[in-house]
Write a protein that binds this ligand. Structure first.
Ligand SMILES: N[C@@H](CCC[C@H](N)C(=O)O)C(=O)O
Length: 279
């Protein structure tokens, strides 16, 4: 243990959206607090706090705030729908706003408070061109040259969506990493398996890039709703059940709207000793 212990602590907030769980760190101001090493250490469910993603709040000159998203493996993502909803809910509760603009690496998003307490976010338009998703080469993005001919859609992050008859029979922990790391995806990919139910709802299970199996994935639900609509299987608006609960997705003229609940679990402080050992 180093003798010169820094006295710097770091406050954080723990939230989740349908069990997709997040640590939220305040980095607005001159000092950037998060690094890939800190994200990995903090994301460790035994030696750290544990999360699917870390959402880092930054200053923005284009929106009310900017968000950076870190996966638990220390990689950055251009989108994180459930974390965006959580941060928006907390910020609107703090400021009293009923809507909020959020700059991400993908675009400037709009979050709106719903009368029933849920939060809606316009996640922007989907990316359908192979170069934008991105893919490694020009292929039919609605029927990829992979087993089951899945679709690929970008929502600021890449998604590979495969329609199956029964999601409960999918070997997610085997197929997920294999597809995530397929060379067709130069930045890897999130992996979705979706079942179209007779009542018109979808049942979705997700293997997330840089995080593994999660109970829900907001950007994944958006990408799935876009893909199943483009495949002629669903209308533009659809309700999606994931292991952690339900999201409502509506692909409107101005973008893909995602609506769902958020939960504030606790506030915490990382102590100086832990921080010094983690960085
Ligand atoms: N859980 C998120 C997706 C987080 C990022 C994803 N793992 C990636 O690397 O693209 C969501 O709710 O969208």
């Amino acid at each position: 243990m180093n003798s010169a212990v820094s006295d710097q602590t770091l406050p954080f907030v723990k939230m989740h959206g349908l069990g997709n769980d997040f640590v939220i760190v305040e980095s607005r101001g001159p000092e950037r607090r998060v690094s890939p090493q800190l994200a990995r250490a903090l994301g460790d469910r035994n030696f750290g706090v544990g999360f699917d993603q870390l959402a880092e709040l930054r200053d923005s000159d284009r929106a009310d705030l900017r968000l950076e998203f870190w996966n638990s493996d220390g990689t950055l993502s251009g989108a994180c729908g459930n974390a965006t909803r959580c941060v928006a809910a907390r910020e609107m509760n703090r400021t009293g706003q009923d809507s909020l603009t959020i700059e991400t690496a993908h675009s400037v998003l709009l979050a709106v408070r719903c009368p029933d307490g849920r939060v809606s976010v316009n996640m922007g338009q989907p990316q359908r061109a192979w170069q934008d998703i991105p893919l490694a080469r020009d292929v039919d993005t609605l029927a990829l040259p992979l087993e089951g001919h899945p679709a690929a859609i970008g929502m600021g992050n890449p998604h590979c969506i495969r329609v199956v008859n029964d999601v409960t029979t999918v070997a997610l922990t085997e197929l997920g990493p294999r597809i995530e790391h397929d060379p067709l995806f130069p930045q890897r990919t999130n992996v979705e398996f979706v079942e179209i139910r007779s009542d018109g709802t979808l049942r979705l299970r997700v293997w997330e890039r840089g995080a593994g199996v999660t109970l829900a994935c907001g950007s994944g639900a958006c990408a799935t709703a876009v893909a199943t609509h483009l495949l002629g299987l669903t209308p533009r608006a659809v309700d999606i059940e994931m292991d952690g609960g339900w999201l409502s997705i509506d692909w409107r003229e101005d973008g893909v709207w995602m609506t769902g609940p958020t939960a504030h679990v606790f506030d915490g402080t990382l102590n100086a000793d832990w921080l010094q050992a983690a960085q």
